[in-house]
Write a protein of this length. Structure first.
Length: 263
């Protein structure tokens, strides 16, 4: 039988791989039940499981509830009587079981493209807020791990190569904090072709209008361009790099908390 230690190991592996999972734990039991308090089961979004909390119809119902909980990102408690299947009980063991379902989500990923003064400030604040941060710049002296000590990954060299290596998926937020419109216009088709959860571009509304027009003329579809938020960041009259970083991260935190899971 799978041990709790194996369940914990698989949980950590799933989170490292960017997968949302749920852990079902038997909390209390009364009279005859298949597993006692402390039994655990790990459930994946595709309904695979590691461990067992007793098998049978009860376990199947918990697995279904776990998939629902992952979709809503809300942990929950479940109570079952195992007495009479004729009235809808999931078993005939003679007891009752309470199960706690806890949803675990991977660490959010932020890709910062352009690591000048503002980019460096965003990297620092994002790390402090619990994001896994990938920092990208085509200037080797700027994309320096000793300068960007809070980044988990620092990539330098051609932007195109770095974006391809960044691992942008549905849990990834991307912010472009580059030095000009030409760089943004060259990079955005690559980012728009990814599964990025959100895409933000720094700059004035006029700068974005110029960039958008250039991309539209290059054939980028309007619905793709609508994915971009620009100017990125909450409006707090920010001026300094630290204040701009605060406005950007405030917007991303709000997005994280309000939107449903992509799983």
């Amino acid at each position: 039988m799978t041990t709790d230690r194996e369940v914990a190991r698989c949980l950590l592996e799933a989170l490292d791989q960017g997968c949302t999972v749920a852990v079902a734990s038997v909390v209390t039991t009364h009279r005859s039940v298949p597993r006692r308090a402390g039994a655990k089961m790990l459930v994946y979004p595709d309904s695979r499981q590691i461990g067992t909390i007793g098998g049978g119809e009860m376990e199947a119902r918990v697995r279904g509830a776990a998939i629902e909980a992952m979709a809503t990102r809300r942990s929950t408690d479940l109570d079952f009587d195992l007495l009479d299947p004729q009235r809808g009980d999931p078993g005939v063991c003679g007891g009752s079981v309470s199960v706690h379902l806890e949803v675990f989500m991977p660490q959010p990923h932020l890709v910062v493209i352009g690591c000048g003064h503002v980019g460096a400030a965003v990297v620092e604040l994002a790390h402090w807020l619990g994001f896994r941060v990938t920092a990208i710049d085509d200037r080797v002296e700027v994309a320096d791990p000793e300068r960007l000590t809070d980044a988990d990954v620092v990539l330098s060299g051609p932007f195109e190569d770095s974006v391809a290596k960044a691992g942008i998926d549905e849990w990834t937020h991307v912010v472009l904090l580059t030095r000009n419109v030409a760089v943004d216009a060259g990079l955005l088709p690559l980012v728009l072709d990814s599964q990025a959860r959100s895409i933000g571009v720094m700059g004035s509304a006029r700068r974005w209008a110029t960039t958008r027009q250039a991309l539209a003329e290059a054939g980028v579809a309007s619905d793709q361009l609508d994915r971009v938020v620009s100017p990125v960041g909450s409006e707090i009259a920010a001026e300094t790099p630290a204040e701009i970083a605060l406005s950007i991260m405030a917007e991303l935190v709000e997005l994280r908390r309000r939107e449903p899971s992509p799983e």
